[in-house]
Design a protein around this ligand. Structure first.
Ligand code: NAD
Length: 423
């Protein structure tokens, strides 16, 4: 269905792979070609210039994007990423994944994503705040509790969400907590939001492990990316008795076949800003880490990490995609042929958006839930979605990823048919 000239226009490998996955699911679903045309085109793309004053008085101009892919099932939802390598096609791919993710777990949102090309590690707190406030002001024409609700992603955190909420509220003259999720608890954040994505990843691992007859208590795990998602996956898997043998971040990786002391790793990271150099573990590169002998591999950093080159060498039986788009299209095919189970991003890491949805609902109602209520609802939503996806996988004889795309695209397609085409 994708015309050759369309596919060849795409430079970003991640976007090309996402479109190919959609294409395959559309064929399996026998989707109306007109509906599929709409799905391939993001509804709205806003590119903005963000001028800020640096601490030394110089003016610098950054570039940012907000992409709304689809709004058929509800307001747009998706994180904001600060990274030097952000580009518009990457943000489009991430926005598409958000549409499918929200549909897989059946929450009433469409998909969006934002990004600013910058290196937050080179900005002071003051510069980061001015950048965030100006970016918020620039995209404020398309965001809002009923329109589009941002959240944290790579190198953005609850403090950044607090600045977004405050800037938007200042424009309106009253507090609008439901404009972002992932806020600090003190200003309307939800219990359990920080841990939600990692926790959801572990719920899906438990479901997959029981089907693979894998005893988590006797299993080993390797985690690439020790940030918000990866560190929570490590802690929760370890609580289930699983041995975490290797973790990494941009500074490098650490490996101990007898299991890492996570409290020690956390203190080391807090002190030195990286897990690298942790005593009592061998250093490994991020590439070596992916092919370590283990039962469970969790890529929780960035896209395109498991590739055609390293996929044949991966030893894990189960791969759970904490990150968005960590597996290239070629690698996905190789892992499938090798019988390695992959829990795809749009299911594995959906816990974050599920609790973001709970946070939005709590903000709109001014009625806040306990941590136990949040976690119980999160588990129910993730486990039910996993089971629904798995049923499709078994019925259709496809990968879990393809089953998740089929469930999601089927739901969005039905919503589009019901709403009809305006005018
Ligand atoms: P984060 O900024 O908290 O952590 C990212 C981690 O990855 C950091 O430890 C960083 O050092 C490391 N990293 C970056 N590049 C790396 C590389 N090349 N090799 C190894 N490590 C590297 O970000 P996060 O929120 O944990 O997000 C991680 C991934 O999870 C992203 O793909 C994001 O889109 C996805 N995700 C996040 C959420 C969420 O709620 N935060 C929700 C869904 C999906």
């Amino acid at each position: 269905m994708t015309r050759p000239e369309e596919a060849s226009c795409i430079e970003n490998q991640f976007l090309a792979a996402t479109m190919s996955q959609m294409e395959m699911a559309a064929q399996k679903l026998n989707l109306n070609p007109g509906i599929f045309k709409i799905m391939k085109s993001p509804k709205r793309i806003l590119t903005v210039s963000i001028p800020i004053r640096r601490d030394d008085g110089a003016i610098e101009v950054f570039k940012g994007f907000r992409v709304q892919h689809d709004l058929t099932r509800g307001p747009a939802k998706g994180g904001i990423r600060y990274h030097p390598e952000v580009d518009m096609e990457e943000v489009i791919a991430l926005a598409m994944l958000m549409t499918w993710k929200c549909a897989v777990v059946d929450i009433p949102y469409g998909g969006a994503k934002g990004g600013v090309i910058c290196n937050p590690k080179e900005l002071s707190m003051g510069e980061l705040e001015r950048l965030t406030r100006r970016f918020t002001s620039e995209i404020s024409i398309i965001i809002g509790p009923e329109k589009d609700i941002p959240a944290p992603d790579v190198y953005t955190n609850p403090q950044v969400m607090a600045w977004i909420m405050d800037t938007f509220s200042m424009h309106h003259g009253f507090s609008v907590p439901a404009v972002v999720t992932g806020k600090p608890i003190e200003i309307g954040g939800s219990q359990g939001r920080n841990e939600a994505t990692g926790r959801g990843v572990v719920f899906t691992i438990e479901e997959a492990a029981s089907r693979l007859k894998m005893d988590l208590f006797r299993s080993t795990a390797v985690i690439q990316g020790y940030g918000n998602v990866g560190s929570v996956v490590a802690a929760d898997l370890s609580q289930l008795g699983c041995k975490i043998v290797a973790v990494s971040d941009t500074g490098g990786g650490i490996y101990n076949e007898n299991g890492l002391d996570l409290d020690g790793v956390n203190s080391h990271k807090q002190l030195y800003g990286s897990v690298a150099g942790f005593p009592g573990a061998k250093p490994v590169s991020n590439q070596e880490l992916l092919i370590i002998d283990c039962d469970i591999l969790v890529p929780a950093a960035l896209e395109n990490q498991i590739t055609g080159e390293n996929a044949p060498l991966i030893k894990a039986r189960l791969v759970a995609e904490g990150a968005n788009g960590p597996t290239t299209l070629k690698a996905d095919g190789i892992l499938f042929e090798r019988g390695i189970t992959v829990i795809p991003d749009i299911l594995a890491n959906a816990g974050g958006v599920v609790v973001s949805y709970f946070e939005w609902v709590q903000g709109l109602q001014n009625f806040y839930w306990t941590g136990d209520e949040v976690n119980a609802q999160l588990r129910r939503r993730i486990v039910e979605s996993f089971r629904e996806v798995y049923r499709i996988k078994e019925q259709q004889g496809v990968s879990i990823r393809m089953a998740a795309y089929m469930l999601a695209m089927g739901r969005v397609s039905r919503a589009m048919e019901l709403r009809g085409l305006y005018p």
